[in-house]
Design a protein around this ligand. Sequence first.
Ligand code: HEC
Length: 114
Amino acid sequence: MKKLSLIIVLVTTINSNTISGKKVFETYCWGCHHQSAVAFAPPFTEIASKRSAEEIRAMISDPKSVSKVFGYKRNAMPSFKLKEDELEAITKYILSFKPKDNNTTKVDSNVSVK
Ligand code: HEC
């Protein structure tokens, strides 16, 4: 029993120290970007299918110059000063929407069917 509670404590500590990409998305990006639907800005599914982790990171840190490189005529995305772990988390989160080669649609595990 003692062992079990130690494991529980460990797991909770790890979780609370990990910044979730979804949280970063909801804090900074939601409103302009949506995971899979076209909103004001391109959806993460589209971004993930054509950009690398480096490109995504560059865009978040310096959208003014990077959006030109990406071919956008106007830059409407503000720049974000994210912490390294937030940047890491949001980049991974965006790339998790990369469509699979076998054409199966990714099911959002956070959507619960009521
Ligand atoms: C105020 C609205 C707005 C917010 C907030 C915003 N974006 Fe954007 N984003 C845009 C627009 C508009 C574009 C299209 C390019 C441009 O305008 O510079 C874009 C483009 C991008 C691209 C490149 C798209 C491509 O062609 O690959 C990435 C990556 C991106 N956004 C990530 C993010 C992330 C991550 C956040 C949150 C930290 C965020 N954006 C927040 C509006 C926004």
